[in-house]
Design a protein around this ligand. Structure first.
Ligand code: GLV
Ligand code: MN
Length: 195
């Protein structure tokens, strides 16, 4: 979904003093082979959290060599029962391949149709750009997933935290009306995310 590059590469200068729609390129004379390799996805992430999952991002912020190339990846680790909670990527379609374990993968279209399937090692899925999706580990042990995006910075709006843990928080009046429940229910959900 990102624009086409105008040159072979544009290794991001993440510390540039100017702000543009993307990142400026570091001078070509300073580019080395290391700029085009990244080992940040080689290690299991820390899944000790409320959802039992971990997303390790290889986007332009972590891997500046991706800048302007319209591509990036994530590594997603799951404990048994772990959930990558419902979220959407405003700037990218996502595809993924299960490496280990058994995941229920699903997304909902803008016509409100739910598509889902249980996938095991080697099996793939695609989530069209912007649609809300999740993965739930339904296997006995851990699970491992690699995902890829057609953006160097797909962005992620995670529904539970977007709605119930923003700062400042969304007024209860908005959430009680949206979910047709009392303030007690909204406050209870909000309390699960306050640390
Ligand atoms: C999975 O949904 C991911 O965003 O990596
Ligand atoms: Mn995703």
């Amino acid at each position: 979904a990102d624009p086409d590059p105008l040159q072979d590469f544009c290794v991001a200068d993440l510390k540039a003093p100017v702000s543009v729609n993307g990142f400026p390129c570091k001078p070509e004379a300073e580019v080395t082979s290391d700029d085009f390799f990244f080992d940040g996805l080689s290690k299991e992430g820390n899944t000790t959290n409320i959802f039992g999952w971990s997303v390790t991002a290889a986007n332009v912020l972590a891997f500046p060599g991706l800048n302007s190339l319209g591509i990036s990846m994530n590594r997603v680790d799951f404990t048994a029962g772990g959930l990558n909670p419902p979220h959407s990527h405003p700037r990218a379609t996502e595809t993924g391949v299960v490496i280990e374990g058994k995941l229920l993968v699903g997304f909902v279209t803008t016509s409100n149709v739910f598509h889902s399937k249980v996938l095991t090692a080697g099996q793939m899925f695609v989530v069209p750009r912007g649609l809300v999706h999740f993965q739930l580990n339904v296997g006995e042990g851990k699970a491992l997933l690699f995902t890829a995006f057609n953006s160097h910075l797909p962005g992620s709006a995670v529904l539970p935290t977007t709605l119930f843990a923003s700062s400042p928080s969304i007024p209860d009046d908005v959430l009680t009306k949206a979910f047709r429940v009392g303030k007690d229910v909204i406050d209870n959900i909000k309390s699960k995310f306050s640390s």
